[in-house]
Design a protein around this ligand. Structure first.
Ligand code: FDA
Ligand code: NAD
Length: 434
C-alpha cells in the first residue's frame, strides 16, 4: 500500500485537531504540508454539542452546523475549507501503530504515513461497564457517548423507544447533561451514582443540592450511594432492567452510561514519557520525543498558575493547547520561542434552562452565595473557593456574560479575603468589583 509523507501530521480529528488546523493555516502552511488523520468520518466538530443540542427533541443541531470553530465564536471550518487550504483530511482512518523512532504511523487498513512533526490529538475514550465485568453490560440499548456515531445511535433509539424509561448511570458531566436531555425527550428518567452528591469532583454539597433539587422538580428520580451491578435483557437482547448493588431493580428501555473517560495514549506507550495518566509535555506541548507534540485531553502539562502538572478534559483547554502547540512549532522553525502556556482552568455545562461556569481551582474552603433555591423562577447563585486567605476558584449559575467575565478575573487575580461573611453577603458583587 502507498506510503504518504507530510511535514505535519495531526493524529486525531476532534476539537484540538480542528483548532490546530486553523492555527497552522493562520501561521502559514503550504498545500500538502498538513494532514489530519481521524477515526471519525466527519471533519472536526465541537464535541460538546453531542450531549446537548444534538439530542434535542425539536430542531436538533446537525452538521455542518457545529464544525469547529463556532463553539468559541470563530469561523466554521467546513470540509471545503480543508480542501481550499490544501489541508489533507484523512477520515474514517484509525491509526493502529505509531513508531515514533521511524516517524511512521500505520492505519488499520495498512496504509503508512510518515511525518516530520507529529501532533497527538487522540482525546479520550469512555470507560465501559464491561471493563469491570458488570453482568449483562453488553446488552443492546446501553449507550456511551463520545463520538458522533454514538450520538446518532442514541438519537435513533430515543425515537424508537418514545416516552419510555431511561436509566442514567453516572453523576458526572455526561450523567447530568444526558439526564436532562432524556427528560426533554419525555422519558421517565432515573439517575444512579455512587457518591453522596452529583459531580463530586467539582461541586460542593451546596452546589449539588441545587441541581439535584432542580432535576427532582423536573420529575427526574435520583438514586445515590449505589452502583449498577447487572442488566437484564429480553429475548432480542435489548436491555430491560438495571440491577443495583443495594438490591433495587429499575426498569429501562434505554441506559446511558457516563462513568468517566480515559485518555487515548496506548499507541504511544513505552515510546514517550507519561505522567498522571497522560502524555507529559512542557509549556509548549512538546513531549519527551523530539518533533512530537501532544494536545487536548491526552496532555499532562505544567499549569503555571498552580505550579503543578495537570491534565484537563475540557474543550477550552483542547482549543487553547492546540493553538499553543502550533505557535510553538512554527516559532521553533524560525528559531524563536512563544510565551509559555499560562492556562486558567475553565469548565462549563448547560442543561434545561440552566448554565454554569467555573474558573480556577476548587481547593480550600468554600462559601455559597445568592439564590440557590431550586424552585426559584430565576435562580442565580455561586461559590468561591478560598485557600490561604485568597479566592482561587469561582462558580456561577445563571450569570450574565459580564458576571462570568468577572468570576474569571477573580480566579486569575486571586484577591485576598479578610471577611468571609462579607464575601458571602456580597456574592457576585465582590467579583464585579475586582
Ligand atoms: P477529541 O475527543 O475531541 O478528539 C479526538 C479525536 O481523535 C476523535 O476524532 C477520535 O476519533 C480520534 N482518534 C482517537 N484515536 C485515534 C486513532 N488511533 N486514529 C485516528 N483517530 C483517532 N467540555 C467542555 O468544556 N464543555 C462541554 O460542554 C463538554 N461537553 C462534552 C460532551 C461530550 C459528549 C463529550 C464526549 C465531551 C465533552 N466535553 C466538554 C469535553 C471536550 O469535548 C473534550 O475535552 C475535547 O473534545 C477534547 O479534545 P481532543 O481534541 O483532545 O479530543
Ligand atoms: P465524569 O468523570 O465527569 O463523571 C464520572 C461519574 O461516574 C462520577 O462522578 C460518578 O458519579 C460516576 N461513576 C463512577 N463509577 C460508577 C459506577 N460504577 N456506577 C455508576 N456511576 C459511576 O465523566 P463523564 O461524565 O463520563 O464524562 C466523560 C468525559 O467527557 C470527561 O472527560 C468529561 O470531562 C467530558 N465531558 C465534559 C462535559 C462538560 O465539560 N460540560 C460534558 C460531557 C462530557
Amino acid at each position: 500500500m502507498a506510503e504518504k509523507h507530510f511535514k505535519y501530521v495531526i493524529v486525531g480529528g476532534g476539537v484540538s485537531a480542528g483548532y490546530a488546523a486553523r492555527e497552522f493555516v493562520k501561521q502559514g502552511v503550504k498545500p500538502g504540508e498538513l494532514a489530519i488523520i481521524s477515526k471519525e468520518a466527519v471533519a472536526p466538530y465541537e464535541r460538546p454539542a453531542l450531549s446537548k443540542a444534538y439530542l434535542f427533541p425539536e430542531s436538533p443541531a446537525r452538521l455542518p452546523g457545529f464544525h469547529v470553530c463556532v463553539g468559541s465564536g470563530g469561523e466554521r471550518l467546513l470540509p471545503e475549507w480543508y480542501t481550499e487550504k490544501g489541508v489533507e483530511l484523512i477520515l474514517s482512518t484509525e491509526i493502529v501503530k505509531a513508531d515514533l523512532a521511524s516517524k511512521t504511523l500505520t492505519s488499520a487498513a495498512g496504509a503508512t504515513f510518515k511525518y516530520d512533526v507529529l501532533v497527538i490529538a487522540t482525546g479520550s475514550t469512555v470507560i465501559r461497564l464491561t471493563d469491570f465485568g458488570v453482568q449483562g453490560a453488553d446488552a443492546k440499548n446501553i449507550f456511551y457517548l463520545r463520538e458522533i456515531d454514538d450520538a446518532d445511535k442514541l438519537y435513533e433509539t430515543i425515537k424508537a423507544k418514545k416516552d419510555g424509561k431511561a436509566v442514567i448511570v453516572g453523576g458526572g458531566y455526561i450523567g447530568l447533561e444526558l439526564g436532562a436531555v432524556m427528560k426533554m425527550n419525555n422519558f421517565d428518567v432515573t439517575m444512579v451514582y455512587p457518591e453522596p452528591w452529583c459531580m463530586p469532583r467539582l461541586f460542593t454539597s451546596g452546589i449539588a443540592a441545587f441541581y439535584e433539587g432542580y432535576y427532582a422538580n423536573k420529575g427526574i428520580k435520583i438514586v445515590k450511594g449505589t452502583v449498577a451491578v447487572g442488566f437484564d435483557s429480553d429475548a432480542s437482547g435489548e436491555v430491560k432492567a438495571v440491577k443495583l448493588k443495594d438490591g433495587r431493580v429499575l426498569d429501562a428501555d434505554i441506559v446511558v452510561v457516563g462513568v468517566g473517560g480515559r485518555p487515548l495514549t496506548t499507541l504511544f506507550k513505552g515510546q514517550v514519557e507519561e505522567e498522571k495518566g497522560g502524555i507529559k509535555t512542557d509549556a509548549f506541548f512538546k513531549t519527551s520525543v523530539p518533533d512530537v507534540y501532544a494536545v487536548g485531553d491526552v496532555a499532562t502539562f505544567p499549569m503555571k498558575l498552580y505550579n503543578e502538572m495537570r491534565r484537563v478534559e475540557h474543550v477550552d483547554h483542547a482549543r487553547k493547547s492546540a493553538e499553543q502547540a502550533v505557535k510553538a512549532i512554527k516559532a521553533a522553525e524560525e528559531g524563536n520561542t512563544t510565551e509559555v502556556y499560562d492556562y486558567l482552568p475553565y469548565f462549563y455545562s448547560r442543561s434545561f434552562d440552566l448554565s454554569w461556569q467555573f474558573y480556577g481551582d476548587n481547593v480550600g474552603d468554600t462559601v455559597l452565595f445568592g439564590d440557590s433555591d431550586p424552585a426559584s423562577s430565576k435562580p442565580k447563585f455561586g461559590s468561591y473557593w478560598i485557600k490561604d486567605g485568597k479566592v482561587v476558584g469561582a462558580f456561577l449559575e445563571g450569570g450574565t456574560p459580564e458576571e462570568n467575565k468577572a468570576i474569571a478575573k477573580v480566579a486569575r487575580v486571586q484577591p485576598s479575603v479578610e471577611n468571609v461573611d462579607q464575601l458571602t453577603k456580597e456574592g457576585i458583587t465582590f467579583a464585579c468589583k475586582i
